[in-house]
Write a protein that binds this ligand. Structure first.
Ligand SMILES: NC(=O)c1ccc[n+]([C@@H]2O[C@H](COP(=O)([O-])OP(=O)(O)OC[C@H]3O[C@@H](n4cnc5c(N)ncnc54)[C@H](OP(=O)(O)O)[C@@H]3O)[C@@H](O)[C@H]2O)c1
Length: 314
């Protein structure tokens, strides 16, 4: 018999998150749509309920870039539900071309949304994840992390607390790339931390999914043109929504933890330490290797320590 699962999906009002919410709902699960903009999200909630006939869909307010909003959400969620089976960190900030912006907690917005927020929320929800036999967490990463095949590439943590707001060389694209690498690193670390509790933590490397009109509006005109062209080749968001569903529910992945999946549901392997030229090319384009940056002990310690300190001090 199919297990009934209580699932939280962040950013479930649009794109892949919406598609995933629809899929979980159509399979009869309880879905909590954790969304920032309630006005935009209410019609989506109605649409999912009417299309799937599943009434166990709840919309709850969450701004994942704000520690106070995360605390309020988790408190409210834990008082309304007795456990959490699946947590999907789908929401992300990727307003390419935008200037340097700070979150409510005075943290650079890309990292606040894509890294610190998800980590804080995961830790606050751990007591509820521990209450279920088969808890699974999935983090949405991106093939943009391939920039870290460049050995000179590093995650710079110096400009995340508003130190240099007028920095002309600032780029959301670069920050987004670093944030998705940091998220992969945190996936690997949390998988080890939570092993003792039986909570599985994995990430999905998304190569692309068609973006909605409202998502295209978030990026500046130059980036919008690039995204419109990419959209011609990208699969529909439902494909990624189905991947979220499979990775979080399939029996074959029940014991898998600390892994990065590609969009063929294969586990991506660490890159070769000294690849020749043809292997380098394969690493970049095959989607079956991830950069060794993510496995480096110093990098892991740096990201972990910094993220934990940021959360502790807020
Ligand atoms: N589409 C692609 O080609 C692609 C490629 C690689 C990776 N990804 C990843 O896939 C995931 C989903 O992206 P998508 O393409 O489906 O984009 P999308 O349609 O723009 O969805 C992003 C969602 O995140 C929400 N969000 C943003 N900031 C938030 C905040 N502070 N608090 C709560 N929610 C927030 C947005 O809500 P609002 O409506 O309130 O803005 C929206 O619902 C992201 O993690 C993205 O990085 C996508």
């Amino acid at each position: 018999m199919k297990k009934h699962r209580i699932t939280v999906i962040t950013g479930a009002n649009s794109g892949i998150g919406k598609a995933a919410a629809h899929r979980f709902a159509s399979e009869g699960h309880t879905v909590v749509m954790a969304c920032r903009n309630m006005e935009r999200s209410k019609p989506v909630l109605k649409e999912i309920i009417s299309k799937t006939g599943n009434e166990n869909i709840t919309l709850m307010e969450l701004d994942i870039s704000s520690f106070q909003s995360i605390k309020d959400f988790c408190h409210d969620f834990m008082s309304r539900f007795d456990r959490l089976d699946i947590l999907i960190h789908n929401a992300a900030y990727f307003n390419h071309g935008e200037k340097y912006r700070l979150s409510a907690d005075h943290l650079e917005l890309t990292f606040a949304t894509n890294v610190f927020g998800p980590l804080h929320m995961t830790e606050l929800l751990l007591p509820h994840l521990k209450k279920t036999e088969e808890a699974r967490i999935l983090n949405a990463s991106s093939n943009i992390i391939k920039h870290f095949f460049d050995p000179k590439r590093d995650i710079e943590l110096e400009n995340l607390k508003g130190e240099n707001t007028s920095d002309k060389s600032f780029s959301v694209y670069k920050m987004y790339c670093s944030s998705k690498m940091a998220l992969v690193i945190l996936t690997f670390i949390l998988a080890e931390e939570f092993r003792q509790h039986g909570v599985k933590v994995n990430a999905l490397q998304i190569n692309g999914a068609k973006m909605s009109k409202s998502t295209l509006q978030k990026v500046t005109p130059g980036w919008r043109t690039v995204a419109i062209i990419q959209n011609l080749f990208f699969p529909p968001p439902e494909k990624m929504g189905d991947l979220y569903y499979d990775i979080c529910t399939a029996e074959e992945f029940r014991d898998v933890t600390g892994k990065l999946f590609n969009d063929k549901k294969e586990i991506i392997q660490p890159a070769l330490p000294d690849p020749g030229l043809s292997a380098q090319f394969r690493q970049l384009f095959s989607g079956v290797y991830y950069p060794l940056y993510a496995d480096n002990r110093e990098n892991r310690e740096k990201i972990w320590k910094f993220s934990k300190e940021v959360i502790k001090n807020k």
